[in-house]
Design a binder for this molecule. Structure first.
Ligand SMILES: C[S@@+](CC[C@H](N)C(=O)[O-])C[C@H]1O[C@@H](n2cnc3c(N)ncnc32)[C@H](O)[C@@H]1O
Length: 367
């Protein structure tokens, strides 16, 4: 970074720098091809705007373009750009915006990035929103994932899945203990005897399960002590840690242009990576300081701990018998009647134990 263009530094650590600045200015001042990983979660797509049609989506893409240009400029050819981005509902309608897919396509087709791999971050603790579609009208299910686009400047970014291995599942442990008969699957895949070699750990899928439930961390305590509001849209530190581990070595350079509470910086510092991040809002940085004043020690559950695995129930476990309630002919357009003062429906059952009133079922609080 040249001294002349240096944006304001908010805080410095042994390995990193926090800028209180527009990241476009920070990137302008950075050396081209100097960053190994851009790990970030940009502001999501204008979900609170009243109108959210194609115009809003296009506005989001246009807003993103200067960042895309700058990302290409500062990334090394071997580097990666990882973007955590949540989907959005079109306000007032039970249908989804396509903005995050359009962003991906724009980055690849207009800016020359490659989609190294698409990841899906499943947050098991995500609330069922929007309640209107999920809890009240019961016409959509919980939106429990964020997309995480892993992009690269070339087809061959530096990466190793050895850094993100996970413990074998109980069924795989069983298979490794009791052996496996090599055979062809109905799909035609030849499952050779190599599949029963114990490599010590499993290669993970591109579905990452991390609950976003931080409530008693050093960061949260610091915010409380200082009377600062915690950042409202943080990602859990395990998310950037996954990609910092997989895509960089100690001493490599990590940048987060939309730093928020500086989670990426905290993780990079702990893992011995050099780093920089920038954030516009000083209140968020006032809280972020807590990550460096009293840096937390990552405490993760071990493989034998009860919550080391998250399980997704198989569909079908409650699919016995016929569906008692016909689908609403209007697709749920008409809101179901109120369910009384406490919002808890009383479901009247027939002799067969089936509910009689679809509107009551439709407002059942179960999630
Ligand atoms: C989704 S939040 C990031 C949260 C962060 N990952 C965390 O876990 O704390 C996006 C952040 O980008 C910041 N931001 C938006 N535009 C910016 C810009 N041009 N330069 C720097 N920060 C920006 C917003 O103020 C917001 O805090």
């Amino acid at each position: 970074m040249t001294k002349k263009q240096m944006p304001p530094v908010y805080h410095k650590t042994v390995l990193g720098t926090v800028y209180h600045a527009d990241s476009l200015d920070v990137m302008k001042a950075m050396q081209p091809a100097s960053v190994d990983l851009i790990m970030t979660s940009p502001p999501f797509g204008l979900t609170r705007e009243k109108e959210y049609g194609n115009v809003r989506e296009q506005a989001y893409l246009d807003w993103f373009k200067p960042f895309a240009t700058a990302f290409r400029e500062i990334l090394k050819d071997s580097g990666s750009l990882v973007i955590d981005i949540g989907g959005a509902w079109k306000p007032g309608h039970p249908v989804r915006s396509l903005y995050h897919f359009k962003l991906l396509i724009m980055l690849c087709e207009e800016f020359g990035f490659h989609l190294a791999q698409d990841f899906y971050w499943w947050n098991p603790s995500k609330l069922p929103t929007p309640a209107e579609w999920v809890n009240v009208r019961r016409i959509r299910v919980k939106d429990g994932i964020n997309t995480v686009w892993w992009l690269s400047k070339t087809e061959w970014p530096r990466a190793s899945n050895r850094r993100v291995l996970q413990p074998y599942s109980p069924s795989m442990e069983n298979l490794l203990t009791n052996g496996y008969k090599a055979k062809k699957r109905p799909s035609g895949h030849d499952i050779s005897a190599n599949f029963s070699v114990n490599n010590g750990a499993a290669i993970p899928p591109n579905l990452i399960a991390i609950p976003n439930t931080e409530s008693n961390s050093a960061y949260m305590r610091y915010c409380q002590e200082k009377g600062v509001s915690p950042h409202p849209a943080r990602f859990p530190s395990d998310l950037p840690e996954y990609f910092v581990r997989m895509l960089t070595d100690p001493g490599d350079m990590v940048f987060d242009p939309f730093a928020g509470s500086c989670v990426t910086g905290e993780v990079s510092e702990r893992l011995g990576r050099r780093w920089a991040c920038s954030e516009l809002v000083d209140d968020y940085l006032n809280g972020a300081l807590g990550r460096f004043v009293c840096p937390p020690v990552a405490q993760r559950p071990g493989p034998k701990d009860a919550d080391a695995y998250y399980r997704v129930p198989r569909p079908g476990l409650l699919w016995n018998g016929a569906d008692p309630i016909p689908l609403a002919g209007d697709g749920g357009r008409k809101r179901p009647a109120s369910t009384g003062s406490k919002g808890k429906p009383t479901i009247k059952a027939t002799k067969q134990g089936q509910a009689t009133d679809p509107r009551l079922i439709a407002t059942d609080a179960a999630t």
